[in-house]
Design a protein around this ligand. Structure first.
Ligand code: TXA
Ligand code: MG
Length: 334
């Protein structure tokens, strides 16, 4: 079972020593928990893939403690990248640019580019600094499952597969970083996340939002991802059109602002309708519903502005289809 480390100096020092020895350490960032290994050490990164059950075609993000470290991983740093780092780092923004040869292929899944970010979490920054090397870290979940926003969730999924987790409590942003490719022109959004598109637009007025195709595609943007074990369906307004029906009292409901009647369990993302609060609570509430032994989870869509774009991206990938409701039942279309 993984060692559970504190966020004090002793905990960070132990975690850094394990990392430098090629161990696997999960740590909090402002977005979700990451599962780290020294990024320039291919064998150590390979262990991350094995622990997660992650396919080798999915590249990982390299975490640095200052922008200068990123510049040692990228071949060239365009002025736009500098401006973005200055404005948004540390923070939930990952930038993709052509890589230098020192970055092993396993980190980038053979792509000629590498994704880098500087997290805005004191524990993550202290750990990277203490380890003295950039840290490759995907989210600390088993492949395709819910991203952990608390160390308990890391232990549940990976407790047997990793060496240690730093117990940093809940992560404040709650949703993974926004991923932008600057390797193409104009720049392209590869994954909506913790930095809202509206904020990025100031520096990236021509940012492309349509998903990439072909070899430049971000392999992590699979249509099915972030899946709870309980099937999830996105609520759609309108009368039922037949199909498979489940009793409401056997189902759970993930609501945006207000609880809905008749469900076995209801979780509300944000009573005040705040999308930042909703993002912070999203994975934890989904996890709670997933643990409740329900026949299905119905999720209410949230407005697609600000962090709502990232929440809806995760909900669509988590869903197995659409759900319509009548007075007592949930009608499912897969
Ligand atoms: O907030 C986050 O980004 C968290 C924390 C731990 O930092 N990390 C995270 O990592 O979500 P992961 O591995 O679960 O997601 C990485 C995403 C995937 O969608 C992957 O395809 C994309 O980044 N990515 C990584 N390297 C890439 C590259 N060279 N080109 C295109 N996409 C890349
Ligand atoms: Mg992930």
């Amino acid at each position: 079972m993984a060692e559970v480390l504190g966020t004090d100096r002793a905990g960070i020092a132990r975690a850094a020593a394990l990392l430098r020895a090629g161990g696997l350490v999960a740590f909090p960032t402002e977005t979700v928990y990451g599962l780290g290994a020294p990024a320039l050490w291919a064998e150590a990164v390979a262990k991350v893939f094995a622990a997660k059950g992650r396919p080798r075609f999915d590249p990982v993000i390299v975490h640095v403690a200052d922008p200068g470290e990123a510049e040692r991983l990228w071949r060239e740093v365009p002025a736009l990248a500098r401006a973005l780092m200055e404005r948004f780092w540390p923070g939930p923004l990952t930038l993709v640019l052509p890589k230098r040869d020192i970055v092993p292929d396993i980190v980038t899944a053979g792509l000629p580019t590498v994704a880098v970010r500087m997290p805005a979490h004191p524990v993550a920054l202290a750990l990277i600094r203490e380890a003295g090397v950039p840290i490759a870290a995907p989210s600390a979940n088993r492949f395709g499952r819910l991203s952990p926003t608390h160390h308990e969730a890391v232990l549940e999924q990976l407790g047997e597969a990793i060496d240690a987790v730093i117990a940093g409590g809940p992560t404040p942003v709650g949703i993974e970083s926004t991923v932008i490719s600057l390797a193409e022109s104009p720049p392209r959004l590869l994954r909506p996340g913790g930095t809202p598109i509206e904020a990025l637009r100031e520096l990236l007025p021509d940012l492309r939002l349509d998903p990439p195709r072909g070899p430049s595609a971000s392999p992590g943007t699979l249509p099915q991802h972030y899946r709870p074990a309980t099937p999830l369906f996105l609520w759609e307004p309108g009368p039922p059109e037949g199909g498979e029906a489940l009793e409401r009292h056997r189902c759970g409901f993930l609501a945006f602002r207000k609880p809905w009647e008749g469900f076995a369990q209801v979780e509300v993302l944000s009573e005040r309708g705040d999308l930042v609060e909703a993002a912070a609570r999203f994975f934890a509430l989904l996890h709670r519903l997933d643990q409740a032994g329900l026949a299905a989870i119905v999720a209410e869509p949230v407005p697609e502005v600000g962090l709502g774009l990232a929440i809806m991206d995760r909900l669509r990938r988590a869903s197995s289809g659409r759900a319509r409701l009548d007075e007592t039942r949930v009608w499912i279309a897969r």
